[in-house]
Design a protein around this ligand. Structure first.
Ligand code: C2E
Ligand code: CA
Ligand code: CA
Ligand code: CA
Length: 275
């Protein structure tokens, strides 16, 4: 029986080994990523297509592993969330993004992604407050992007946290709208300032009638609720034209600019205020 157990173990070890080792490696190495200076932020502009101006930038996290090279946040963020490493990493992201935005001569927004684990941490709101004080960034220039999957785990706690964040004057955007389970009731229940339509709908508007219908409906919903809607993942001029025709106000995507080092956007962050 003992030998059999060992064989079973070996079977799983062989099958799962590589994947588990990869996860453990990421989990372990992430803990040192901040101290070893392996993390950085790139920024992607958000544009008002009705008046042609840049409204702000979304900060996106990048990790260059010393051996593996760039690892996608879609891979390491979920692992960071399970191991609670996201608490320190999220704080680093928030502080770094606010410190950067505070140096811009134009009063643009900076949007920062916040994971559920951060939101449910009891220190989160005071941490946001402290970071604003330390960096000197006015609260109204900070927007936290939160997915609804972050909210459904503990409705009351999430609502309490978001309400407190709002009292600071910080904005809140619902990220990846349309991909969650109950977008509409969450939209009503939580104090959002903006809806971000997920790129998967936007990128299908010209080839898929249902996506076009969904995007139109979300834009109508935003108008009805008095909430600005930003369309994410805009890649082509055809998508942009569709959004203009439908009177979408804000866009973000490769068609405007890919995420990049903030220095490459200097003419936007430090430009002549008249534009
Ligand atoms: P997200 O918040 O939905 O961010 C948008 C993602 O779409 C980014 O991927 C961005 O680079 C990409 N993107 C932007 N424009 C286009 C486009 O036109 N076409 C396509 N195909 N993609 C576009 P990225 O940077 O790889 O980030 C992936 C996800 O990782 C983010 O999705 C977000 O959920 C998470 N993430 C990134 N940075 C952070 C962070 O600092 N904290 C947390 N908690 N999550 C983060
Ligand atoms: Ca986002
Ligand atoms: Ca998104
Ligand atoms: Ca996403």
């Amino acid at each position: 029986a003992k030998a059999e157990g060992r064989n079973t173990y070996r079977f799983f070890e062989a099958r799962m080994g590589a994947e588990v080792r990869e996860r453990r490696m990421i989990e372990h190495d992430l803990r040192h990523a901040i101290a070893r200076d392996e993390l950085r932020l790139v920024f992607q502009p958000q544009k008002d297509i009705q008046n042609g101006t840049i409204i702000g930038f979304e900060a996106l996290l990048r990790w260059r592993h010393p051996l593996r090279g760039e690892i996608s946040p879609d891979v390491f963020i979920p692992i960071a969330e399970e191991s609670d490493a996201i608490i320190d990493i999220g704080a680093w992201v928030l502080r770094t993004a606010c410190r950067e935005a505070a140096t811009w001569t134009k009063p643009l927004m900076v949007a920062v992604n916040v994971s559920a684990v951060q939101l449910y941490n009891t220190n989160f709101v005071s941490e946001v407050h402290q970071i604003l004080l330390d960096t000197g960034l006015p609260a109204r220039r900070l927007e936290l992007e939160i997915t609804e999957t972050a909210l459904v785990r503990d409705f009351n706690r999430a609502l309490a946290a978001l309400r407190l964040i709002k009292t600071l004057g910080v904005h809140i955007a619902m990220d990846d709208f349309g991909t969650g389970y109950s977008s509409l009731s969450n939209l009503r229940a939580f104090p959002f300032d903006k809806i971000k339509i997920d790129g998967s709908f936007v990128r299908a508007v010209n080839s898929n009638g249902q996506s076009a219908t969904i995007v139109r409906a979300v834009l109508g919903l935003g108008r009805g609720l008095g909430l600005p809607v930003l369309a994410e993942g805009v890649e082509t001029s055809a998508e942009m034209q569709f959004l203009r025709d439908e009177e979408c106000k804000e866009v973000q995507g490769y068609f405007v600019a890919r995420p990049a080092d903030i220095a490459s956007f200097r003419s936007l962050t430090h430009g002549d205020v008249r534009d």
